[in-house]
Ligand binder design. Sequence first.
Ligand code: NAD
Length: 277
Amino acid sequence: MNTRALERGASSSSGWLAGQVAVITGAASGIGRAVAERYLEEGALGVVCVDADRGGLDELAREHGSRVEPVIGDVRDHAVHERAVERALASYGGLDVLVGNAGLFDFRRPLRGYTASALAATMDELFAVNLRGYLYAAMAAREALEAAGGCMIFTASVASFHAGGGGVLYTMGKHAVVGLVRQLALELAPRVRVNGVGPGGTLTGLRGTQTLGHGDRQIDADPRAFDERVSAAVPLAFAQRPRDHAGLYVLLASRDNARAVTGEIFMSDGGVAARSI
Ligand code: NAD
């Protein structure tokens, strides 16, 4: 065990996550990156950051040195998650938190916008990233989290409970995240808590599927139009930024502050459910 590993769980650092170790998928940008940075501010010993975007991970590692372990790879590949967990154990001596977050968007394509073959191919790609990626992460992390009495947190969405936040495939997939959270919360209790955070429209570079030719299309392409659309749609009247959600990931990861919370999705969407019409 190296010297950093010896510090795991130590209370010498302050913050809600003092001495904790996390694996975060989709950490190179957007919400995942904001969570990684906030975890470090809250005293996390180290974060293993998984993403296909080498440039974003290199930047994070440059900024935070040895407290960030980049793992470059595709979340559709189980071996990538195994590598991430191995890194957590080898570099920091254990694993306390898994954040499943890497995802793609369908840019609200309605059912009538698909041929049967395009639907099948897009469904395969979107679900492989947004759902299989989460399950593979959970499979790879389960044992280490059980050993630590840790937790899992998955990024859900306003589209986990409402229509219109995505097209039919994105909305189906994000609804499925609710099932994933509830079932795993039951299966992994009492050792591991499993919860979700449900962001609303957030200004990030969230991309679409290769299958629909949206691999380079990003939802923040026109930030002003995005701000206006989301502000008009939600009671709190602003489009969220990645950092607006990070505190909920801290709260859910905190052993002291969320000890009795499992199987829940905490919404962070500007109050969509408060609007009746
Ligand atoms: P983002 O694009 O900034 O972050 C997603 C990250 O996932 C990127 O760094 C990307 O490189 C990575 N990624 C995508 N596919 C991958 C793959 N196959 N393998 C490895 N890495 C991959 O977008 P974001 O908005 O921060 O998205 C994070 C999560 O938040 C997603 O699950 C998304 O569905 C969810 N979400 C976003 C919004 C929003 O409005 N932005 C709202 C609700 C939920």
